[in-house]
Design a protein around this ligand. Structure first.
Ligand SMILES: Nc1ncnc2c1ncn2[C@@H]1O[C@H](COP(=O)(O)OP(=O)(O)OP(=O)(O)O)[C@@H](O)[C@H]1O
Length: 585
């Protein structure tokens, strides 16, 4: 839904919660500071008036100088206080908005997040939300300050001589007309700019992640055309914005400063005619043209404002993705059933059709099938990363849609195909936010066969993992992930090709780790090495978008051609060895 500017600002203040009161106080300080701009002008005018009327005494000078002094002090102290309050409110609000968005993202289906690219989400969390600081900490108080100051001076000038005061406004009217032209259509341009920065961000992430590949194939940055196209796009968007806004901006600056061109000749003429006193003429000649230049920053605020509104819209778009709310506790029985499930990622091509599986509480099932058959899809549906299009998934005979989402995630452990380690220490990576003691973490790591290795590192469990877990080999990362799952101790365990990154020695360690992990749990394992199947109670074959056969190993082997052939190939492969010159040994 397209919200108006006012609604968007209202939304931002709502997100700010109680911190909006800092912002209100900051606005009040700004307002008083702006109004006090008139005090020094008033004092100078009064001194001049006394000089011209011959009544200027030492007392008059001292009194008005004191007033002038306090006027300036009040103005700056209040403006400074306003800045402090607005920054406190703004950064607290920014923190809240980021938490709100991140928290919401953890409750929405993965599918709706995958529709956006990583760069887009990063742009919202980082750049777009950061822009809100601009509005809260700067625009809001400065807008009040830059408007209230000139407004107060204008009112004062009207009291002194309303005709000349109105003439002083002529450049302002022209400047506002130009500003109107300048900002027409900028909302769309800013949206386009935000889109192009999001695309640049995601391409950059892809470029950095693919650095190994780029080096391996000796591809220079130029060969990464997607990246250079994104840079070009960003450049062309900002070129267009500058072209549209540059000339009117220059005109705005010049016109706002042009007050003197009207006030001096007209005021001088009236002075000569005797309808204006010398002190009023000087007051207008000095103040009457200058006070409008205080409005100059308004233009800058205006152009940033469009970006701020866009930032609010983008954050709201994420917050509007429907989240999984409510639901009951996790069932005490941990059987898993897929009942006639149909699922498509894009609502066009069905990956699963009428697919059914039945896994009893405490049973271990291996899911096998060709690459791309839909094995990972099945386990992602069980963890409710996506919702099924038709049919049901039941845990303990309860539809997973009825189970509280956080409860579901708490009670399901997943060891993914690709192990993701965060940048922190090893212990943080195993704890994953839990309160586990070091003894508990070590116990889990021992069962995962990785404790000895971690202890051999110079900083032991405090060793930093490095970006993308670069400090560890594939097999070590997998065992850390298994330690995580052992520590989590969830009753339902899902393993997706957890053994793929291992060499034979690692394999043995990983097998022991998995054996420890699986004890007493309902286990669903995507088996890429067929030997894993022998450790399971039954096996399910994913074929032709469904489960084509399910049962005990021997039974499926005798009934299902794919499975029989796969075992035949696997056994042949075990008997065969290769030498470097090619051909069989
Ligand atoms: N996020 C996604 N969006 C669209 N299509 C997807 C997505 N993830 C997987 N697919 C498609 O769904 C199909 C099944 O993928 P899935 O990863 O479940 O297969 P798999 O059996 O686990 O394969 P592998 O053994 O190679 O890991 C594939 O054709 C894949 O291209």
């Amino acid at each position: 839904m397209n919200k108006s500017k006012r609604e968007l600002i209202g939304l931002l203040l709502k997100w700010a919660g109680k911190d909006k009161y800092y912002l209100y106080l900051s606005v009040i300080c700004s307002l008083i500071s702006g109004l006090s701009t008139t005090i020094p002008y008033y004092a100078v005018y009064k001194i001049m008036e006394n000089i011209y009327s011959g009544t200027c005494t030492k007392g008059v000078i001292v009194n008005y100088c004191t007033l002038l002094f306090f006027g300036i002090i009040i103005r700056f102290i209040l403006f400074g206080t306003s800045g402090v309050l607005s920054h406190k409110g703004a950064y607290n609000a920014l923190f809240k908005v980021r938490c709100l968005v991140i928290n919401h993202m953890s409750k929405v289906p993965l599918g709706s997040l995958s529709e956006r690219n990583t760069g887009e989400i990063k742009t919202v969390l980082n750049e777009e939300i950061e822009k809100l600081e601009l509005f809260l900490a700067h625009h809001l108080p400065e807008l009040v300050f830059y408007i209230s100051g000139p407004l107060a001076i204008f009112i004062y000038l009207c009291i002194v001589n309303w005709k000349l005061a109105l003439i002083s406004l002529i450049p302002l009217v022209l400047a506002f007309l130009i500003m109107g032209i300048m900002f027409r259509g900028t909302d769309k341009m800013m949206e386009r700019a935000s889109h192009s920065i999001a695309s640049l961000n995601s391409t950059m992430i892809e470029y950095i992640s693919g650095m190994k590949l780029i080096k391996a194939y000796n591809m220079g940055s130029k060969s990464f055309t997607k990246y250079s196209n994104a840079v070009e796009d960003e450049y062309s968007v900002w070129k267009k914005i500058s072209r549209k806004m540059g000339p009117p901006y220059a005109m705005y600056i010049v016109i706002v400063e042009c007050g003197l061109l009207l006030i001096v000749p007209i005021g001088g003429f009236w002075f000569l005619k005797g309808s204006l006193s010398a002190s009023v003429f000087i007051l207008f000649a000095i103040v009457g043209s200058l006070y409008l230049t205080e409005l100059r920053p308004l233009q800058e605020l205006g152009s940033n404002f469009a970006q701020v509104l866009n930032g609010i819209r983008k954050a709201e778009e994420i917050l509007e993705i429907p989240a999984y709310e409510g639901g009951t506790e996790f069932p005490t029985k941990h059987s898993v059933e897929l009942r006639n499930v149909t699922f498509s990622y894009d609502n066009k091509l069905n990956i699963l059709e009428n697919c059914s599986i039945n896994i009893k509480d405490g049973e271990k099932i291996a899911i096998v099938g060709r690459s791309g058959a839909g094995k990972s899809t099945i386990i992602q549906l069980i963890a409710r990363f996506y919702d099924v299009n038709k049919g049901k998934i039941l845990i303990g005979n309860k539809d997973i849609k009825e189970i509280n989402y956080e409860e579901l995630l708490k009670n399901v452990s997943i060891v993914f195909q690709k192990t993701f380690l965060t940048r922190g220490s090893v212990i943080e990576n195993i704890r994953m936010g839990s309160e586990a003691t070091i003894e508990q973490v070590r116990e889990a790591a021992k069962k995962a066969q990785i404790d000895d290795y971690i202890m051999s590192l110079p900083d032991g469990y405090d060793t930093l993992v490095g970006s993308y877990g670069s400090r560890f080999s594939g097999g070590e990362k997998q065992r850390i992930a298994i330690a995580r799952a052992i520590l989590k101790n969830a009753p339902l365990l899902i393993l997706d090709e957890a053994t793929s990154a291992a060499d034979p020695e690692n394999q043995l360690e990983i097998d022991k780790a998995i054996h420890n992990l699986c004890k007493g749990k309902t286990v669903i394992i995507v088996a890429h090495r067929l030997s894993v199947v022998l450790q399971c109670d039954k096996v399910a074959v994913v074929e032709n978008n469904t489960i084509s056969c399910m049962g005990k190993h021997e039974e499926v082997k005798s009934k299902n051609k794919y499975y029989k052939d796969a075992w035949h190939d696997y056994e042949q492969a075990r008997k065969t060895s290769y030498h470097m010159g090619g051909g069989r040994a």
